[in-house]
Structures are given as structure tokens and as C-alpha cells.
Design a protein around this ligand. Structure first.
Ligand code: ATR
Length: 274
């Protein structure tokens, strides 16, 4: 049977095996997908071992940058992202790295949530790997502006410089921003600590601004709660992005695009059960 895995550390709670099993059932594809706990100091050996037999893999925290350095070739979007979340063994036996995170976010926003990006004012919170991975696909939709706001402003400035050739990107500190925007995407890891980036509620125009948290959980994240309290038009969490980045990886490996809607329903049910 064709073998796929997701590498991570920790990896026990990964939803990827469930998602890919549901995709495989739905599309009638014969494959096995499991988790692989890679040692923190030996991802590369672990990946090389797996690919003696395996056909493809997803890569999650903390190995996305290491996977970027490991591969024989990169897709242009992975090159820009500086990180790899999808590995494929090509026909000639070499390893290709791709990054489907940005495409997953954009598809969840535009297709699943019906949010238009062209001509819109977008605010991205954070300047880490998660932001780097989504800048190119967001800018490809021609927003009116894209501001990267971060606690450490220099990191936002660095990213803005690096992506300036792709569109109207600017950097900011959190407290400098007051004017309402059309879309706020939280890509900080603040939610993990139960925290919220210190941004003004005036950024939300009630009934108009869409708020998206790349994180998700059984309960709404602090950012989602804040967005609801201030009457955002839509409040979305990152479960849709998770399903969509997986669907994009499945498409790369199998040439078939699964329908994410029933899979997302199942993920939501399981999350609610805890
Ligand atoms: P990832 O790959 O998930 O983006 P990362 O590269 O460690 O992870 O980046 C984490 C991001 O969350 C950074 O933008 C970080 O801000 P700094 O660059 O100033 O460190 C941001 N972050 C983490 N905790 C935060 C908090 N409590 N409030 C605001 N921003 C936070």
C-alpha cells in the first residue's frame, strides 16, 4: 500500500491521519497515512529512512524549516515561504518540497467563507513562519493594502521588505493601528498562552470586518472571542485552513481534489467532543 506520514514532535494529537483517511475513503484512493515522531535532533535521518519506501509526507512543528533545507527541489511557493509542509518523492527518486499552508488559508477564506480579498485592507498579526507562509498567496489576490503588525516590529519590517516586490506590504507595531480594516488574520502564537495581541477594537468595523485566527480549539480562541465581542462580520478559526492545506497536499500526491466540507464537519464534531 502507498505510504504517507506526518512528521512532527510532538505529533500524537495530529489530526492529519484522520483527515487523509477521510479523503482516501471519499475518493476511493488506496493509501496508508500515519504519524511519525521524528527526534528533535534527527529529522533528516528519519525522513530519509521513511522515503526508502514512502511516497509523501506532511511536515509540522518544529521541522518545516529543516524540511526546506533537506529537499532536492522546491516549488516556487515553498521557496518564497522558506518552509516546507509537504514532501513528495518524484518519479526520479528525488525529494520535492512544497508549502500548501498559504493556499489552504486563501481557499478557506475565499471558497469556504466567501471572503473577497481583491481591493481589501488586510491586517496580519505576527511575523513568524506562519505569516511568511501566507504572504505570497494573499498578495496574489491583489489586496488594497497588507499590513504586518508584530510585537517585535523589526521582524515585520524585514518581512515587508522581503515581499515588497509582490504588492503593497507595510509593517507596523500593534499600538500604531487605529483605522478599521476589512480582514484581520491572527498568525501569532499568542492564543497558545491564552493571550491576545494588544490591538485596538477600532480596527473592527462592526458588521463589516472579517476576523480569522489561524489557531483553533475546542473553545473559541481569545482572538475569536474578542472579534465576536466587537461584532466582527465573520469570526473564523483555523480548522478550515488545516483541512484545506491537507486537501492541497492530497491533490499533489494523488491528483484528486477531495471535498473538504464533510471532513471539516467531522473534525468540528470530534473537536466538540474533546
Ligand atoms: P510561527 O511559525 O507559528 O509563526 P514563530 O515563528 O515562533 O511561530 O512566531 C510566533 C509569532 O507570534 C511571532 O510573531 C511572535 O511575536 P515576536 O516576533 O514579537 O516574538 C508572536 N507572539 C507570540 N506570543 C505573542 C504574544 N503573547 N503576544 C503577541 N505576539 C505574540
Amino acid at each position: 500500500m502507498d505510504q504517507y506520514v506526518v512528521f512532527g514532535n510532538p505529533i500524537g494529537h495530529s489530526k492529519s491521519p484522520l483527515i487523509h483517511r477521510l479523503f482516501a475513503d471519499q475518493t476511493g484512493q488506496q493509501l496508508e497515512y500515519s504519524t511519525l515522531l521524528a527526534p528533535l535532533d534527527d529529522f533528516s535521518m528519519c525522513a530519509q529512512g521513511f522515503f526508502k519506501q514512502g511516497l509523501g509526507a506532511n511536515v509540522t512543528v518544529p521541522f518545516k524549516e529543516e524540511a526546506y533545507r533537506l529537499v532536492d527541489s522546491l516549488t516556487p511557493r515553498a521557496q518564497r515561504a522558506g518552509a516546507v509542509n509537504t514532501l513528495s518523492k518524484l518519479a526520479d527518486g528525488t525529494l520535492q518540497g512544497d508549502n500548501t499552508d498559504g493556499a489552504g488559508l486563501v481557499r478557506d477564506l475565499t471558497v469556504n467563507a466567501g471572503v473577497q480579498l481583491a481591493g481589501k485592507r488586510i491586517l496580519l498579526l505576527g511575523a513568524g513562519g506562519a505569516v511568511r507562509g501566507v504572504l505570497e498567496p494573499l498578495l496574489a489576490h491583489n489586496p488594497a493594502s497588507l499590513v504586518i503588525a508584530n510585537r517585535t516590529v523589526e521582524k515585520a519590517e524585514q518581512l515587508a521588505r522581503e515581499f515588497a516586490d509582490l504588492g503593497p506590504v507595510a509593517a507596523s507595531g500593534f499600538s500604531w493601528l487605529q483605522e478599521p480594516v476589512d480582514l484581520i488574520i491572527n498568525a501569532t502564537s499568542a492564543s497558545l498562552a491564552g493571550e491576545l495581541p494588544p490591538i485596538s477594537a477600532s480596527l473592527i468595523e462592526p458588521g463589516k470586518t472579517v476576523c480569522y485566527d489561524m489557531m483553533y480549539g475546542k473553545e473559541p480562541t481569545p482572538f475569536c472571542r474578542w472579534a465576536s465581542e466587537h461584532k466582527a462580520a465573520k469570526v473564523l478559526d483555523g480548522l478550515g485552513m488545516l483541512a484545506e492545506q491537507a486537501a492541497e497536499a492530497f491533490f499533489i500526491w494523488r491528483g484528486v481534489r477531495p471535498d473538504t466540507a464533510p471532513v471539516l464537519d467531522e473534525l468540528r464534531r470530534q473537536l466538540a467532543r474533546g
